[in-house]
Design a protein around this ligand. Structure first.
Ligand code: NI
Length: 153
């Protein structure tokens, strides 16, 4: 490796949690809810799989972007402990789609994690369907969050 090269890498950790949810708008009729949300308008559960990817410089002393154990501890504390075996509608104030859950998850992780370290969040609702926030969405959200915080101060 060239002496002045600062290597960057991406690391990912996978988590699983079980939770119930219901996609339903109270301001819509049953027929409207059924038409838009189908089966998901009924109370049901998922075995969710969350993949958290970080991107950053490899620390020359440790050889790591971040210790996997630290990533796992943080995500378990901030996310898994609050969502596992819960009814997601009681935890997250928006419709509990995978897309909206991802923004709730990003909101919990930004702060403990510097925004430029969070590279990708993937939430698998079933084995075949996931939503994800890539770098562009995460940076845009981090900026909006930072601006809102400044406006409050
Ligand atoms: Ni569902």
């Amino acid at each position: 490796m060239p002496a002045d090269f600062r290597p960057i890498a991406q690391i990912a950790c996978e988590f699983r949690f079980e939770a119930s949810h219901q996609l339903r708008r109270d301001d819509w009729s049953d027929a409207e809810n059924d038409a838009v949300f189908g089966n998901c308008a009924r109370l049901h559960g998922h075995s969710y799989r969350l993949v958290v990817t970080l991107r950053g410089p490899i620390d020359p002393e440790t050889g790591m972007v971040m210790n996997f154990q630290d990533v796992k501890r943080l995500v378990r504390e901030r996310i898994i402990s609050r969502l596992d075996h819960q009814h997601l509608n009681d935890v997250v104030s928006r419709l509990t789609t995978a897309e909206n859950l991802l923004y709730w998850i990003a909101d919990q992780l930004l702060g403990p994690l510097p925004a430029d370290l969070l590279a990708r969040l993937e939430l698998w609702e079933t084995t075949t369907c996931c939503a994800f926030l890539a770098d562009a969405e995460l940076q845009q959200f981090a900026q909006a969050r930072a601006q809102a915080a400044m406006a409050i101060v």
